[in-house]
Design a protein around this ligand. Structure first.
Ligand SMILES: [Zn+2]
Ligand SMILES: [Zn+2]
Length: 145
């Protein structure tokens, strides 16, 4: 087994343990598929990628499992511009570059953006949690078309 693969598995066990969630082979498969797919996939894409190894899994199970992960804070949802819900296993603070045409979502980690001043109106009366900036673009591939 690859070192990277073992790292993902260890991380998943830790996260499940912290959130009082049972580790099942299907849950692990869904999590692994999401971590490995950097395109911010939707549940259908994840379903198709694990179906060959888990023929008995249903699309509804994949949906439900991802919803559970999200509620537990194990993954996050990327929603802008998309017709279907898209998931992200990268839980460190980051931003997104979104192509408005092909809907591709690319992670952006930029220390300068992390120094962005939080407006007073956000802080007033609210408990501030975090923020993520979305840059809307037409990507280089779409521009070529
Ligand atoms: Zn594009
Ligand atoms: Zn992301």
């Amino acid at each position: 087994m690859l070192v990277e693969e073992q790292k993902i598995i260890d991380e998943f066990f830790d996260k499940c343990h912290e959130n009082a969630l049972n580790v099942t082979p299907q849950r692990l498969a869904i999590y692994k598929a999401l971590v490995k797919d950097k395109s911010h996939p939707n549940p259908e894409t994840i379903y198709k990628s694990i179906k060959p190894d888990y023929p008995t899994i249903s699309l509804a199970t994949v949906y439900k499992t991802l919803e559970t992960f999200e509620k537990k804070g194990i993954v996050s949802v990327v929603t802008p511009l998309h017709d279907t819900v898209r998931y992200d296993a990268e839980m460190h603070h980051h931003h997104h570059i979104v192509c408005v045409k092909c809907k591709k979502v690319v992670d952006l980690i930029d220390n300068d953006l992390d120094k962005f001043p939080i407006p007073k109106s956000v802080l007033k009366g609210n408990q501030f949690l975090n923020y993520s900036i979305q840059f809307n673009v037409v990507c280089s591939e779409c521009l070529k078309k």
